[in-house]
Design a protein around this ligand. Structure first.
Ligand code: NAD
Ligand code: ZN
Length: 352
């Protein structure tokens, strides 16, 4: 069992990671919940595969637990869903002493009550479950409404990834690879040296990949809970990635896939502006593309550029970008000429 501390000012907590942990989740949760009631929030595909294991473990530990379901997928990450869940909780008699367990991917979350995260996708295990950022989508855009709410604990069982659809699995890996590029050379090398095992979901290797990614994210959010500065490094690949996701109306790319294209573009920009040497640029690009074929996307370069101008991180027309300067190191820059950004986006087109 691996324990990784997260030290945010609003609350310190632990990420506990181990194969088979879900079946022993009751022990861990019992210690945190005391005599409070437990409510598990999940989505049907996850409930079908893993609901029983968790509920049984909770029952064995003597917890009084109920399960609540929300509809699956990004379109349901809306206030209306939250309202329905809250009504459901009140009907079941949830009070301030209750504890919520969020069992699912990055879409499942809750605030206001104590929460234990049990993430079930790669993306949620290495990213969404750690750091306390919560949000819902509005018609006008993704994650526009939200708050920071740190969980009481995060329990990660890599074993649950065995049932994850392969595209979802790979999409999450790009976020893990991102952690390596940002600040962990050893993690990056795992991707270079053990690509096959990672793609085959080898339990030993995948546990390492997740643990190292979690460590990186835990360090970053411990130093900068509210995204004042340092936390921005986690946005490697995200500025251009978000523009591509939006440009393709969230229908062609999974989030991690968009981030992969964004990382490739950021690497090109770093190379073109003399911040990164050609050999490292080649290593980053090939580690990214070798995780599987990225879906082709159709877009207008000009309108992607326009979206970048409208990005919330853009100030006075200057796009803020996170660029790799070596493997394991990034820099936040705001002086990249539009022509350089344009060439990098065109490069995406040519790589498809
Ligand atoms: N809070 C943050 O800091 C943060 C960071 C990154 C992403 N996010 C959010 O995360 C969301 C994306 O998360 P996601 O990619 O996990 O999507 P998701 O939660 O929609 O899960 C993807 C799909 O996999 C299914 N699934 C989940 N676990 C499974 C399992 N073990 N076996 C079989 N099927 C399983 C789900 O039912 C769903 O259909 C986005 O809304 C994004 O905004 C948040
Ligand atoms: Zn992301």
């Amino acid at each position: 069992m691996i324990r990784i501390p997260v030290h945010t000012p609003s609350r310190p907590y632990e990420v506990v990671l181990g194969s088979g942990l879900l079946a022993r989740a009751g022990e861990h949760i019992g210690k945190l919940a005391g005599r409070g009631r437990v409510f598990v929030i999940t989505v049907p595909p996850v409930r079908r595969r893993w609901g029983k294991v968790l509920m049984q473990s909770l029952a064995e530990s003597g917890a009084q637990a109920d399960i609540l379901q929300m509809a699956d997928g990004e379109p349901f990450k809306r206030l209306a869903t939250l309202e329905k869940l809250a009504e459901g909780l009140v009907k079941l008699g949830a009070d301030r002493g209750a504890i919520l367990i969020a069992l699912g991917g990055g879409v499942v979350y809750m605030r206001g009550l104590d929460v234990i995260q049990i993430p079930t996708t790669v993306l949620a295990q290495v990213d969404a479950a750690i750091g306390g950022k919560t949000g819902v989508n509005l018609q006008s855009g993704k994650n526009l409404l939200g708050t920071f709410h740190q969980p009481r604990a995060v329990l990660i069982d890599p074993n649950v990834l065995t049932t994850l659809p392969s595209r979802e699995y790979r999409a999450g890996l790009y976020e893990a690879l991102k952690c390596g590029i940002i600040g962990n050379v050893e993690l990056f090398r795992l991707f270079e040296d053990h690509r096959r095992e990672i793609l085959d979901r080898d339990p030993v290797v995948i546990e390492k990949v997740i643990a190292e990614s979690v460590r990186l994210k835990a360090e970053v959010v411990s130093a900068d809970e509210r995204e004042g500065g340092l936390r921005q490094v986690l946005n490697l690949g995200h500025t251009i990635g978000h523009a591509l996701e939006a440009e393709t109306r969230y229908t062609q790319l999974l989030h991690g896939e968009a981030v992969a294209w964004g990382m490739i573009a950021a690497t090109q920009i770093a190379l073109a502006t003399g911040r990164l040497d050609p050999a490292s640029a080649e290593r980053i690009t090939s580690a990214t593309v070798s995780l599987g074929k990225l879906p082709r996307v159709k877009f207008q370069v000009a309108s992607v550029l326009k979206r970048l101008q409208a990005d919330k991180k853009t100030r006075q027309g200057v796009v803020h970008l996170v660029l790799p300067t070596q493997i394991g190191k990034v820099e936040i820059v705001n002086d990249v000429r539009t022509s350089v950004v344009r060439s990098a986006i065109e490069e995406i087109e040519s790589l498809q």
